[in-house]
Design a protein around this ligand. Sequence first.
Ligand SMILES: Nc1ncnc2c1ncn2[C@@H]1O[C@H](COP(=O)(O)OP(=O)(O)OP(=O)(O)O)[C@@H](O)[C@H]1O
Ligand SMILES: [Mg+2]
Length: 623
Amino acid sequence: MSTTPATAARETDPRSAVRTLLRLWPYVRPVRVRLFTAAGVAVVASCVGLVIPLVLKWMVDGPVADRDPAGVWLGALYLLLLGLTEALLFGLRRWLVARPLSHVEAEMRAGLYRHLQRLPVAFHDRWASGQLLSRGTTDLMLLRMFLAFPLTFLLVNGVTILVGVIIMLAQDWTLGVVILGPVVPMIVMCVVFEKRYADVARLAQDQVGDLTTVVEEGVLGIRIIKGFGRHRSQARAFRELSATLRGTELRKARLLAAIWAVIVTLPEVAIGAALVVGAVQVADGELSAGTLVAFLSTALALRWPVESIGFLLAMSQEAATATERYFEVMDELPESTTPVAVAGGGMRKDAGAAVAAEVTVPADGASKGADAGGIRFESVSFRYPDAPPGSPPVLDRVDLHIRPGESLALVGATGSGKTTLTALVPRLHEVTEGRITLDGEDIRAMSRAELRAKVAVAFEEPTLFSASVGENVLMGAGPDAGPDDLDRALAVAQADFVHALPQGTATQVGEQGHSLSGGQRQRLALARAVVGRPRFLVLDDPLSALDVHTEAAVEAALRQVLADTTALIVAHRPSTVLLADRVALLSGGRITAVGTHHELLRTNAEYAHLMSGAEEYQEDPTR
Ligand SMILES: Nc1ncnc2c1ncn2[C@@H]1O[C@H](COP(=O)(O)OP(=O)(O)OP(=O)(O)O)[C@@H](O)[C@H]1O
Ligand SMILES: [Mg+2]
C-alpha cells in the first residue's frame, strides 16, 4: 500500500521539474492572458519599488545636502506616490489571478474525476483510493498555489534582481562586485537543494496518500473496528503513518532551513561588506553619500526577492511533484468507448484503440443464427492482470451457452471464479482469450454504452449511493424511466419496505446505504438491476441475505421478469438454484457440468456435495 504502481517507474526515470510543470500548459492556456497580465503588473510593481532608492539618492545629494525643506517634502511626496502605486499594482495582480486560477483547479479536478470514471476496474483494483483522493485534493491545491504565487514570483523576483543588480552596478561597480560575490555559491546550493527537496517532497505527498487511505478505511470500516475493539491497533497504524509523514515533513523543513540560512546569511554578509567599503569610499570623498544610500537601499530592497527564492523553489518542486502525481493517473489508459474491431462477427473500427485488446478470435460465421442467441461464452479464459506469472488462470476455456429467455444458475465452490465470470459480461474485466457474444454479437464489437444498456447487473455486495431510494433504483434505467417503472421494480424485488420509510422513495439512504439492513440493500440492488427491463440480467448471488419467505416471494416475481430475459444467476442455495431453468457447475476454472438441478444432484458428486450442506441446513434450521 505504501507504494503506488508508478513509484517504481519513477525511480528509474530522472525527471525535470520544468518539463513536468510544462504539462500544465493545456489547463493554464485558457487563462493565459490574465496570468501574463498579472505577471507583467507584478514586474512593473516590483520595479516601481526599485525607483524608491533613486529618489532617496536624489533627496540626500540634493535637498538634504542643500538644507531645502520644500525639496525634502517634495521627495517625501514622490516616495509616498511610488509606495502607493506599488501597493495598488500588487493588489491588482492578486485580483487578476484569483478567479482564473480557481477555474484551473476546478477544471483539473473535474478532468481527474471524469478520467477516474472511465478507467477500467483493473486500475481501481490496483490503486489505493486514498492515493486517488489525495491527488484530487492536496495535490491540486498545491498546483493552484504554485500558479498563483511561485510561478509569477520566480519571474518577478528574477527580473527585479536583474534590474536591481544593473542599478547597483551603475551606481558603483566596485560595490556591485562585492554584492555579487555570493552569487555562485548560492546557485550551487540551490541546485543541490532542488534535487534533495524533490525526493523528499515526492515521499511526503505519497505518504499523505497512504494516510488518506488509512483514514478512509477507518471511517468506512468503523463498524468492524468498533465491533472487534480494534480502535487501538487502528489508531496505532494511523499514528505510525502520521509519525512517518511528520518525519518526512521535518526533513523538508530542515532542508528548507538550510537553504534559507545560506540565502539569508550570504547576502547579509555581502551587504555588510559593501557598507564598509562604501563608507570608506565616502570618507575618502570618492563616493557621494546619496549614492551609498541609494546603493544600500537597492541592496536592501533586493533582500526579499533573494530570500524568497528558497521557498519559491520549494513550492515549485512540490508543484512539480503534484503535477507528476496528477498525470500518473491521467496517463492511465481509459476503457475505450468505441467498439474494438473484432475478427469474425460485427466488425467495426476502433477509433480509440486505447484498450489493447487485439485478441485473436475464431472467425466462425457458424455462430450466427438461432443457435447463437442468448449469452454465449466461447472458450473464455481469464487471468487477473496482476496475477503472479505462471499461476493458473481463474477461468480456463469456459464454454457456456445461456439460451434466449433462459435463466441459468452458476454454482461453484467459494473462490471458484463465479464473480469473475459474471464481471466479464458487462466488460468490467476483459477476457484474456476467447469471446463472449450476446445474441450472436461479440461484446467487444459493441460500444460500452450499448453493452451496458443491454446488460444489467447486481453484485454480491449491494452498493448504494448517498441519494434517495428512488434515485438509487432508477440508476439502472434510462433517462425516460418514470415512477411506474420504479414501483414495478420495487414490487419485483419485494422492496415494499420502501413505502414504509419516512419519505417513501424520496428517503435518503446514508453513505453506502448503511442506514438500511443488508437484505433491504440487496433488494434495492435487485430492483436497480431489473428496473430497466434489460435483455440480459447478471445476478451475483442476489438473494443471499433474504429470509426464506422473502426469497420465495422475490423468486415468484423474478420468474415473471425472467420470462423474457436471458439471465445468469450465481447461486449458493438450492432455493435460488431452483429459480433457474438449468444449472452450470464451475470447478477448477472450467464448466464441468450443465443440467437441471435434479439431474446434477443425481449425476454429479461435487454438485451434490455443494448443495447438500445447504439443504441440510435448510431442512434443519435449529442446527
Ligand atoms: N481483483 C482481483 N485481482 C486478483 N485476483 C482476484 C481478484 N478478484 C478475485 N480474485 C481471485 O480470483 C478467484 C476467484 O474469485 P471470485 O470472486 O470470482 O470467486 P467466487 O466464485 O465469486 O467466490 P464466492 O463464492 O466466495 O463469491 C479467487 O481466487 C480470488 O482470489
Ligand atoms: Mg463471488
